[in-house]
Design a binder for this molecule. Structure first.
Ligand code: HEM
Length: 470
């Protein structure tokens, strides 16, 4: 059996409603230290020990880890209006993005989602796909040089730059390659501080001039500078350096509020920062893991190469975009990568009114966390969950969904708006680079995953690349 299996009935037989079970923890800080030390391992162990709902204490705050798909569907979809995203972690994200699609709720959120939705429509995605093919084809020159000289590359940096270049051109109509350094230095500082502030029970005020806080401020200012440049450039008349194709920033500039007013400069900036934050590192991480997993699984890699050769995939050909649906194994590799390494590995909601979830009492004001990482690796649900096996996503079978325990892009109203964009981008990058190059991991082993705001490798991933075919 290679696909997900149904778990036991998540609803405890005993009623009346009770407090959910809790793993052992310290009387004062609860589970805070265990979570900070190893967030991924701690949550996996808590779900294993406590079942569908585990009650966790981070100091004074109560979290419920919900790890049964039927109950997760209750939280994210069926009773989404009782489980809002206005949470501690979203307040932290707001420190970077301000009020935006990632942090808002209610009417403001709906309005923002409607304003940007057209960019992700199927018809527009095909045009964006053509832009992606050009960006990736241009980036191959760097790999050609590395292949010729035998230089070592870092997979994490390579994927970060590539997905940054794609985001720049497709979302903002900008060539961001010369600004990659500024963002590469700044984004990790911001993400690390956000996660630190979310996972720590108590935080010192951000205005205190600690080195960490100063680095955060400098990094935010650096991102704001890049974003201001991107917006200013977009306001210039279209020239050869920027095509007239529709992009997200263009749509946002045309968007009007209910009163007919255009977005303020600050709103525009918040949207651009949001899409950089949500759309750049997520896809870059997924790609890093996909290349690394393939490099460690020669048979799967051979399968991908055979498919690329059979389809004669070539990013330079005008029909390349139409070839993408034929790359079924590449698609399965990506789905399986996101099972093992879902870039957004945890999501949080606030309980508005007291609820009985599967027979467990969730008090108003407490929080719920759901983790695709935990559910995607549950032993009772997946056959050999730790093994990389793209055949789980066999073509022709119905796609795996949340009810099967698979939800790398979330579910319900806040489901990832960039899902199809991300999958197309990742497919184009994998297919283009693997059709031309063979990738070897120099460390000969997968890096350990690090659960922060996104799920990334804990170390650099040195690789060597060789030419395959012209
Ligand atoms: C492999 C890549 C990606 C993964 C795994 C991923 C995953 C997710 C997940 C799990 C959520 C839901 C979070 C929650 O329920 O709280 C989400 C939301 C979101 N994602 Fe993605 N994402 C990816 C790429 C992208 C891209 C490329 C973009 C934009 C171009 C994007 C934009 C967003 C936005 C704006 C939201 C918030 C949507 C809303 O609340 O209405 N994501 N993403």
């Amino acid at each position: 059996m290679t696909r997900g299996t149904q778990a036991d009935d998540p609803h405890p037989a005993a009623s009346p409603v009770r407090r959910a079970p809790s793993p052992p923890g310290s009387p004062v800080v609860g589970h805070a230290r265990a979570f900070q030390r190893d967030p991924l391992g701690f949550l996996q162990a808590a779900a294993q020990a406590c079942g569908p709902v585990a009650r966790l204490k981070l100091g004074p705050m109560t979290y419920h880890l919900v790890s049964d798909p039927a109950l997760i569907a209750e939280v994210l979809q069926v009773r989404a209006s009782n489980y809002l995203r206005d949470t501690r972690s979203s307040r932290r994200v707001r420190m970077v993005t301000g009020e935006s699609l990632l942090t808002s709720e209610g009417t403001a959120w709906r309005h923002q989602r409607q304003a940007v939705q057209p960019i992700f429509h199927h018809r527009n995605l095909l045009d964006l796909g053509r832009t992606m093919l050009n960006v990736v084809d241009e980036a191959c020159a760097g790999w050609e040089r590395a292949a010729a000289s035998g230089a070592t590359l870092d997979l994490v940096t390579e994927m970060s730059r590539l997905s940054f270049a794609v985001a720049g051109r497709c979302l903002f109509g900008a060539d961001l390659r010369d600004r990659a350094n500024a963002v590469e230095g700044a984004l990790p500082v911001l993400l690390e501080e956000l996660f630190r502030r979310t996972s720590h029970v108590a935080n010192l005020p951000q205005w205190l001039p600690l080195p960490r806080h100063l680095a955060f401020r400098r990094s935010l200012a650096a991102i704001h500078r890049v974003v201001a440049e991107v917006i200013d450039e977009h306001r210039l008349p279209v020239t050869g350096s920027r095509s007239a194709a529709v992009d997200l920033l263009g749509l946002l500039m045309k968007a009007r509020s209910e009163t007919g007013a255009p977005l303020s400069d600050e709103d525009l900036r918040n949207h651009v920062v949001t899409f950089l934050l949500a759309g750049h590192e997520t896809t870059a991480n997924a790609l890093t893991w996909a290349f690394a997993l393939l490099a460690m699984a020669p048979q799967e890699l051979e399968h991908v190469h055979t498919e690329l050769d059979r389809v004669a995939f070539d990013a330079r050909e005008s029909g390349a975009i139409e070839c993408l649906p034929q790359l079924e194994h590449v698609g399965a590799v990506l789905q399986e990568t996101l099972r093992l390494y879902p870039s957004i590995w945890i999501a949080e909601r606030r309980v508005v009114e007291v609820d009985d979830l599967g027979g467990w009492r969730l008090p108003a004001g407490s929080a719920v966390v759901v983790s695709p990482y935990v559910v995607h690796r549950q032993p009772g649900r997946w056959d050999q969950p730790e093994v990389f096996r793209p055949a789980r996503f066999r073509n022709g079978e119905p796609p795996l969904l949340l009810r099967d325990g698979y939800f790398p892009f979330g579910a319900g109203p806040h489901t990832c708006i960039g899902q199809h964009f991300a999958l197309m981008e990742a497919k184009i990058i994998l297919a283009t680079l693997l059709s031309r190059f063979r990738v070897t991991l120099l460390n000969g082993a997968l890096p350990a995953p690090l659960g922060g705001i996104t799920l990334r490798p804990s170390t650099a991933v040195p690789i060597r690349v060789e030419r395959r075919r012209l």
